[in-house]
Design a protein around this ligand. Structure first.
Ligand code: HEM
Ligand SMILES: Cc1cc2nc3c(=O)[nH]c(=O)nc-3n(C[C@H](O)[C@H](O)[C@H](O)COP(=O)(O)O)c2cc1C
Length: 873
């Protein structure tokens, strides 16, 4: 019998499939140009957006003549359901995928189904990507997850890795080539050359990785590369060829990097635009993981995060389309003929927003739609971000687990906000779809330790957390932390490291430690498990500083276990011009000490004196003190007339003196402009659970100081942005006495510095200071310019001025003075709550005059640490 799948048997097959000719209707098509047909319909730099546009005009199905290929575009669940049937349709790498074969060859993604190498690689690699294998990998290494022991880590470099750049360029060009006339492609010689260059660079990198692994085999590494090099196909017994390994390596790097990073961007965009989802996800992490280390067994419990990721992939995933071909001529939707010459382009966005499946709120981001049994009840083929069947995404399980982990770790530690809260999604395409110009700001989470979630970090027992949350530092000082010893050792010829040691000493003292500073040589044979040690050291021609030689020699000859139980941390200063011995001594010290049994408590930080080392120094210093104090952060600065304590926040309580709940602005729009009297805006606020309101309540919008200024102050003092700072020993709201004042321009703002008190304070500090610091302070005191009693107009940056004196309490006062006093704005509520939907958050609706001065309000915070909450303008 003739093969029914051969195209020339299509007629017979049609009969077998029972095509009813009378039922056939033409598939709509946009008017075609006589020469370039429907190509003008396509935007070569963002092809899939053209399909979205055409879907809005032509509906669930339309066809396009793209000169070198005929395609039928489908966008409904009903039609997807048919073409996802693998007994009727198979993947067809056409268009951009065909162009990408120049890079990815017969690697998994771009291989034709009939190519032997696809089957071989699929069978070999399915084992690596199966749920079990991934779980094992996760159990071994929650962070690594890098299939080749290598990944272009974009987080710790300023520029994007060249591989990622070459990849993006190649993908864009492949997309363009598929949607340009062949003649144009032929004429674009430079683009073709550039593409070839990028392809060869990417291949080169992969070949080097393979060669390196062959030179230095790592038989115990259970990674992708080892599998590709060593494993045999269970069916044929054959191994993968070197060329196919290269193609699959690039495939994995392309498929894994582009898709996951795009999904992340969409995910954070969606969550930040729908702050209630962000909060729920963060609450889930807090509940499931707390301050501890994320473990594999937590992952199945992170249901809401999983739903956010799934909903993101539905709402706007990184892959816009997949292409299939019928095995024989056939009919879909009961009336549309699809021939084997046609490629069926499946518009995933169309499917994922099909209201017949997803309901009328399909265009809303609502993770709940995929929870509590609703995910399981989805009709077949309704959710297809990972493609279909045997040609579906092999990395799906890996990607899903990796994303849940990454989101959980980020939410556990950081507060994410949009750099521009008014940003609305714009998209671009590098073959995959991603947001354009979307930027987020990531700050340490208010009230959380820097060490949260990090293996080996100090862990507060969970029953201690609740109480300590609101304890002021005063109390903690009275307790066990008070007077804790800290040994600070430095090596120094020219004074840099000595200065840093002294700065650490001052900061430690401020936090209630009893620090001792010594040279490293003085610390020889002095290390003990009862006193943690911080070591700050430079290198000189690869050798220790003069006052550190004995100490280093002692370490190098130390006996194993001789430093058992000692806790230590190293800060290294160097100059990158000493290329071959850059940071040699700090690295050596950091490596040798643990071999003697000591325990590193915070990672080594290495700085280049050619750069500004302040930030890295402060981070290390604060991290270290935070670790040892066991409190996330706290400052207690005491002088005879000034005592500063820092508390973890309930910022809003400050304002109300009672319970204030935070609401979220869901909508804030102008409903009448100033042309008809005072402008009116309409605002909808989502209230926290269990909160309702009635006319007569207060709405308070807490204003914010400029973010950069707040951050600078916070970093300078190791504070979190919404810590509560209580100043005792003075009845003044502001620390510097008002009186005949000096005006100094700080960052463009004129600020008053009241002179008598600040001058007295500087004088007092100068008395206790030593050497050059004392001289500097005395110079400052005698500076007529700064302490002159009438207003002056000199441009001086107080920040720069005062940063020279890190131990001065004055600094803190001056910083505080810079923060502008915050006056809450209040608005009246003039309408009653919207109708509530069971199970949905209550919305308060508020219409207000922009200029009104109401007397009643409801609390609302827009402090920086909150998820964006638009303040009315
Ligand atoms: C959010 C993340 C991801 C999404 C949305 C995604 C989506 C997809 C889709 C839609 C396909 C089918 C393409 C087609 O039919 O033409 C696919 C295939 C593929 N994906 Fe993914 N992917 C993701 C992550 C990954 C990762 C992390 C890897 C590898 C580590 C990977 C490797 C692959 C490979 C090799 C194929 C081709 C499979 C075959 O045809 O045998 N993907 N992916
Ligand atoms: C003569 C000389 C040699 C140096 N050799 C090195 C070196 O081998 N490796 C390095 O990282 N930095 C080197 N540096 C940079 C010093 O480590 C750096 O200036 C450091 O801040 C000095 O610390 P100190 O001021 O506390 O002595 C060298 C500097 C000088 C002046």
């Amino acid at each position: 019998m003739a093969c029914p799948y051969k195209p020339d048997n299509a007629a017979a097959a049609q009969q077998e499939h029972g095509i009813d000719e009378k039922a056939i209707v033409p598939i709509p098509q946009p008017p075609a140009h006589w020469f370039i047909r429907n190509l003008p319909e396509m935007d070569p730099s963002f092809p899939v957006s053209s399909l979205w546009r055409l879907q809005a005009i032509y509906g669930d199905i339309f066809k396009l003549d793209l000169v070198n290929r005929q395609t039928v575009v489908i966008s409904s669940h009903e039609l997807f359901n048919e073409v996802m049937d693998e007994s009727r349709f198979v993947k067809s790498p056409t268009g951009p995928l065909k162009e990408l074969r120049a890079l990815l060859g017969d690697g998994l993604f771009t291989a034709y189904g009939h190519e032997e190498n696809w089957g071989k690689a699929h069978r070999i690699l399915m084992n690596v990507f199966g749920p079990l294998a991934i779980r094992k990998m996760l159990a071994f290494d929650m962070i690594g997850l890098c299939g080749f022991g290598y990944r272009f880590n974009s987080f710790y470099r300023d520029e994007i890795h060249p591989f990622a750049q070459q990849m993006a360029a190649a993908l864009i060009e492949a997309g363009k080539r598929a949607n340009r006339p062949s003649v144009e492609n032929f004429l674009r010689i430079n683009s073709a050359d550039e593409l070839q260059k990028n392809i060869h660079s990417m291949w080169k990198l992969c070949d080097e990785l393979v060669a390196e692994r062959k030179r230095n085999p790592q038989p115990n590494a259970k990674d992708l590369l080892n599998t590709m090099l060593d494993a045999s196909d269970p069916q044929t017994g054959e191994k993968l060829s070197d060329e196919n390994i290269r193609f699959n390596m690039v495939t994995f790097l392309v498929a894994g990097h582009e898709t996951t990073s795009g999904t992340f961007s969409f995910l954070f965009y969606n969550m930040l635009k729908n702050p209630e989802t962000y909060h729920k996800a963060q609450q889930e992490v807090d509940r499931v993981v707390g301050d501890g280390v994320l473990k594999p067994e937590h992952l199945p419990q992170l249901k809401y995060i999983e739903a956010c990721i799934r909903e993101t992939l539905r709402f706007q995933g990184p892959i816009g389309l997949i292409s299939v071909k019928p095995i024989v001529d056939t009919v879909i939707g009961g009336k549309y003929r699809i021939t084997t010459d046609n490629v069926v382009t499946c518009n995933i966005q169309g499917l994922h927003h099909d209201r017949r499946v997803w309901g009328n709120d399909a265009d809303l981001f609502r993770p709940e739609r995929l929870m509590d049994g609703r995910w399981e009840k989805l009709p077949p083929n309704a959710w297809k971000p990972f493609g279909n069947g045997a040609r579906g995404c092999i990395g799906r399980f890996f990607a899903e687990q990796e994303m849940v982990m990454a989101v959980a770790m980020i939410l556990q530690r950081f507060q994410v906000s949009m750099v521009d809260p008014s940003y609305d999604l714009r998209m671009k395409s590098t073959l995959t779809v991603k947001p354009e110009g979307f930027r987020i700001r990531v700050t340490r989470r208010p009230g959380r330790s820097q060490m949260i979630g990090i293996p080996g970090s100090f862990q507060v027992a969970s029953d201690e957390v609740g109480d300590s949350e609101h304890e002021s530092h005063d109390k903690s000082l009275e307790g066990k932390q008070s007077g804790k010893s800290l040994l600070i050792l430095y090596g120094s010829n020219a004074g840099t490291c000595k200065y840093l040691a002294e700065d650490l000493e001052a900061a430690a003292r401020d936090r209630g430690f009893t620090p001792t500073v010594k040279t490293m040589d003085e610390g020889t044979e002095q290390l003990s498990k009862d006193v943690p040690v911080a070591i700050i050291t430079p290198s000189y021609e690869g050798k220790p500083a003069d006052n550190a030689k004995k100490f280093v020699a002692w370490l190098e000859t130390g006996k194993p276990d001789s430093l058992e139980g000692v806790q230590y941390a190293v800060f290294g200063v160097g100059n990158s011009e000493w290329v071959s011995t850059y940071h040699r001594i700090p690295k050596l010290v950091d490596e040798v000490i643990p071999k003697l049994g000591a325990h590193r408590v915070v990672p080594i930080t290495l700085v280049d004196v050619k750069d500004d080392l302040t930030g890295l120094w402060e981070d290390w210093r604060n991290g270290l003190l935070t670790f040892f104090s066991g409190q996330s952060h706290s400052v207690a600065a005491t002088t005879s007339d000034l005592e500063v304590t820092v508390e973890k926040p309930e910022t809003a309580d400050l304002l109300a003196g009672g319970t204030i709940a935070t609401g979220f602005v869901k909508e804030n729009k102008q409903i009448a402009g100033p042309e008809v009297g005072s402008a009116k805006r309409h605002m909808e606020i989502e209230l926290p659970e269990d909160v309702s309101y009635e006319p007569g309540d207060y709405l308070v919008v807490l204003p914010t100081n400029p973010v950069d200024l707040v951050r600078r102050v916070a970093i300078r003092f190791g504070l979190n942005v919404d810590d509560i700072v209580t100043v005792k020993g003075t009845s003044k709201t502001f620390l510097i006495e008002r009186g005949p004042s000096t005006v100094i321009e700080i960052l463009g703002t004129r600020v008053e510095l009241a002179t008598p008190a600040s001058k007295r304070q500087v004088e007092a500090i100068a008395k206790t200071a030593e050497g050059s610091e004392q001289q500097k302070l005395q110079d400052l005191v005698s500076s007529e310019e700064v302490f002159k009693t009438e207003v002056i107009d000199k441009r001086v940056s107080v920040l720069d001025l005062l940063e020279d004196y890190p131990s001065a309490k004055l600094t803190f006062a001056a910083y505080l003075d810079m923060l502008r006093p915050l006056t809450p704005r209040q608005y009246s509520i003039s309408s009653s709550p919207l109708a509530t939907v069971p199970g949905q958050p209550v919305l308060a609706s508020l219409t207000y005059d922009v200029h009104s001065a109401p007397s009643h309000s409801l609390a609302l915070s827009d402090r920086e640490s909150d998820v964006p909450c638009a303040a009315p303008t």
